[in-house]
Design a protein around this ligand. Structure first.
Ligand SMILES: [Fe+2]
Length: 179
């Protein structure tokens, strides 16, 4: 019977040379792993998203229409109803947040999953608002308060949001953000 691992099999703090037959293909074709700092603006600035929120863009992957960022709502506030056409994975980093559609309140460390076909109205009642890390796939349709469609936000919207701000501020585009 095959063994079942109960714990990591090595605690050796050294790089072990793992045999893998296709390493040359990985080296040739993979975008590669990377680290994006989020504590400072060195890798990516806070880009205003309206008057009371900002987005720190962390990754753009055009092949999967995937984008990662931190959304910072700077005080009690709302991100109005929007409709998801992809899957969203978010972690509350600071403050708290809830959706009017649900009865839970997310607190730091908690995982928020959103799936295609659902719409959400994001509210933070916390005096310091919230910071939300997001790993998001697919388009998000934004509506005004009267349910009129306004715009679809996707990886290209996010990229443009980041690049426009960098150009305006004379900040160099960071190639690390592009997978
Ligand atoms: Fe949402």
């Amino acid at each position: 019977m095959a063994t079942q691992m109960k714990a990591p099999p090595s605690d050796k703090a050294e790089i072990v040379d793992i045999p893998y037959a296709y390493r040359d293909l990985v080296e040739r074709t993979s975008p590669g792993g990377r680290y994006i700092d989020a504590q400072t603006d060195v890798d990516s600035p806070w880009v205003p998203f309206g008057d009371s929120a900002a987005i720190k863009h962390l990754a753009f992957d055009v092949r999967r229409n995937l984008y990662s960022n931190i959304l910072w709502v700077k005080g009690p506030g709302v991100v109005g109803t929007h409709f998801h056409r992809g899957t969203i994975t978010m972690v509350c980093l600071e403050g708290s947040v809830r959706y009017l559609e649900y009865d839970w309140v997310a607190s730091p460390g908690g995982l928020i999953l959103e799936v295609p076909g659902e719409s959400h109205t994001l509210v933070t009642d916390h005096p310091e608002g919230c910071k939300l890390f997001g790993w998001m796939e697919g388009p998000i349709d934004f509506y005004d308060g009267d349910a009129n469609f306004v715009e679809t936000v996707d990886v290209f919207w996010m990229m443009n949001h980041y690049e426009d701000y960098c150009k305006e501020q004379g900040i160099e585009i960071n190639p690390k953000l592009y997978l």
